[in-house]
Design a protein around this ligand. Structure first.
Ligand SMILES: [Zn+2]
Length: 169
């Protein structure tokens, strides 16, 4: 039963191109290129120690180490109130509630982002070609964007709940 559940979970994750966990393997290569890009773009710089002090362990793991929260566990996955989703790292408004749609993937999904707030980066980890999305201001990892969205934009911004913070209007 347990293995069946696992198989279904894996199938689900593959079918919606979920962002797989980024552990230690390939991390060094990825981080080298990321660091370079982020230094060129982001305006908010903090040391690793400062981020560790500011963020919870899970927030740090996702935002700074490009981790992924378990599907269907995030607090904003099925959250549909009116308001704004801000970066958990720096408070920059990234998504509005009217950009959010219900997705089966298990992570909060948006069909677009507030203009100019997101940095896009090619991610070739785990044998897949995906587009990583990061907060442009602090370089925090948000998730990935896919071209299989069900709305007019055709986009699906698949975002970790722990990377964002909701404020109602
Ligand atoms: Zn940020």
């Amino acid at each position: 039963m347990r293995s069946l559940f696992l198989a279904i979970l894996i199938a689900l994750m593959v079918s919606c191109n979920s962002n797989a966990q980024d552990k230690d393997n390939k991390k060094s290569n990825q981080q080298k290129s990321t660091t370079k890009m982020e230094q060129n773009n982001q305006s908010l710089e903090k040391t690793d120690a400062e981020w560790r002090a500011l963020l919870s362990e899970e927030e740090y793991r996702v935002l700074r180490l490009k981790g992924t929260e378990r599907p269907h566990t995030g607090k904003y996955n099925l959250h549909f109130e009116e308001g704004t989703y801000k970066c958990k790292g720096c408070g920059t408004p990234l998504f509005e509630s009217d950009m959010k749609f219900e997705s089966d993937c298990g992570w909060p999904s948006f069909d677009k982002a507030i203009e100019g707030t997101i940095t896009y980066k090619k991610d070739t980890s785990f044998g897949m070609v995906r587009t990583e999305i990061l907060c442009s201001k602090c370089g925090g990892h948000l998730g990935h964007v896919f071209n299989d969205g069900p709305t007019a934009t055709g986009k699906r911004y698949c975002v970790n709940s722990v990377s964002i913070d909701f404020k109602d209007q």
